[in-house]
Design a protein around this ligand. Structure first.
Ligand SMILES: [Zn+2]
Length: 165
C-alpha cells in the first residue's frame, strides 16, 4: 500500500480523494468532512481522528505512519459505489487488499498499541472490530480530553507515557 503525505487541509483531502480514489467532487467532499472530523473513528480499531492528529502532529508515528488523518478504505477492493469506510493508516495498511480479516487486523494493530502505549491512553481501542472503544477516556474526562487534543502541555502526553514505559 502506497503511503501518501496528505495535504493537511480539507481542500487537500478532497483533491487527494479525487486523485487517489477517483471520487466525484460531491462524494470526495462528503468523505473529506468525515475523515477530518475529530469524532470520526477507525472502523476496525476505533482510534478517533482527534487522536490520530495527536499522535502524528509533529512526525510520522511508527504505528500510524505518515497519514495525519483517517484514510478511506474500499471494503471490497476495486468496488467503488457505496463501498467505503474510514480506517486509520495502521489498519488500512495491515489489512492490505483483504489479506487479513478485520478481527486479525485488530489483533495485530491492537498488539502494537498495547506493547508500546499505556493502557490508560488506549480508551479508544476496540475489543472487536467496530465495537468496544470509547469516544473519550470517560464522560468526566471529555472536557479535559478536548484540551489535551488541542495540545495543552499541562497534560501528560502519550509520547511521555511510551518513553516512560
Ligand atoms: Zn485502525
Amino acid at each position: 500500500v502506497a503511503q501518501y503525505r496528505y495535504d493537511k487541509t480539507h481542500a487537500g483531502t478532497v483533491t487527494n480523494l479525487r486523485k487517489v480514489h477517483g471520487l466525484d467532487y460531491e462524494t470526495a467532499y462528503y468523505w473529506a468532512d468525515l475523515l477530518t472530523h475529530p469524532e470520526t473513528t477507525c472502523a476496525i480499531c476505533g482510534i478517533p481522528q482527534k487522536m490520530v492528529e495527536v499522535y502524528t502532529r509533529d512526525a510520522a508515528h511508527w504505528i500510524l505512519g505518515v497519514a495525519w488523518r483517517l484514510t478511506l478504505d474500499h471494503i471490497t477492493p476495486g468496488v467503488n459505489d457505496g463501498n467505503y469506510r474510514p480506517l486509520c493508516h495502521a489498519c488500512n495498511s495491515t489489512r492490505g487488499p483483504a489479506r487479513f480479516t478485520d478481527e486479525e487486523v485488530l489483533q495485530i494493530v491492537g498488539d502494537k498499541w498495547r506493547a508500546t502505549t499505556g493502557l490508560r491512553f488506549l480508551w479508544w481501542l476496540n475489543t472487536s472490530p467496530g465495537v468496544g472503544g470509547r469516544a473519550n477516556r470517560s464522560p468526566a474526562c471529555a472536557a479535559r480530553d478536548a484540551r489535551f487534543v488541542e495540545g495543552d502541555d499541562e497534560i501528560e502526553t502519550p509520547s511521555a507515557e511510551s518513553a516512560a514505559s
